[in-house]
Ligand binder design. Structure first.
Ligand code: IMP
Ligand code: MG
Length: 177
């Protein structure tokens, strides 16, 4: 991992923001049980850190979704690789995402989940790239950071499955050769 990476959001800033989001979620869901739905794989680090700061009864479930596309652009046609273990009917669902880019994947996932009639449905995303938005019908209720249109890595986010373990959010710099 000797690649040239520019830090965009430090580990300290991430920790502070996750605490702020957790505080808001604790207030909003007071007295309720929340079902955190982690979207794999990118959402896993954020979900775990957020869960540790929640002072609520929570359940955690996982979904793994891929979207068909040419590799760089999602098409919105999603494939569910791993579906939820437990039904969400009647539950207070909080979908936890790493990043909203075009919004296509989230839009499809939201439709799929609302079909199960949860008691409530909200979206919490760590990062939002609004400049890239194509589909706007799945707006986040909680947003960590709004970022410019740059490809970011770390804190769960990958480039070709690499860098998910970085404790910060960074941008890969072109190598100087
Ligand atoms: P979209 O909103 O359907 O375009 O796809 C969003 C998904 O693409 C996210 O959940 C990420 O898995 C991935 N993605 C989008 N932007 C980035 C990025 O900057 N770095 C890493 N993964 C990204
Ligand atoms: Mg994702």
């Amino acid at each position: 991992m000797n690649d040239n990476i520019k830090v965009m959001i430090s580990a300290e800033e991430l920790d502070k923001k996750v605490s702020e989001l957790a505080k808001q979620i604790n207030e909003d869901y007071k007295g309720k049980t929340v079902s955190l739905l982690c979207v794999l794989k990118g959402g896993v680090v954020f979900t775990v850190d957020l869960a540790k700061k929640l002072d609520l009864d929570i359940e955690i479930d996982f979904m793994d979704i891929s979207s068909y596309g040419d590799g760089t652009e999602s098409t919105g046609v999603i494939k569910i690789n791993l579906d939820l273990e437990q039904p969400i009917t009647g539950k207070h669902v909080l979908l936890v995402e790493d990043i909203i880019d075009s919004g296509r994947t989230l839009s499809r996932v939201k439709k799929h989940l609302l079909g199960q009639r949860p008691a409530s449905f909200k979206i919490c995303t760590l990062l939002d790239k609004p400049d890239r938005r194509v589909v706007n019908d799945a707006k986040p209720d909680y947003t960590g950071f709004v970022i410019p249109d740059e490809f970011v890595i770390g804190y769960g986010l990958d480039y070709a499955q690499k860098y998910r373990n970085l404790p910060y959010i960074g941008v890969l710099q072109p190598s100087e050769e």
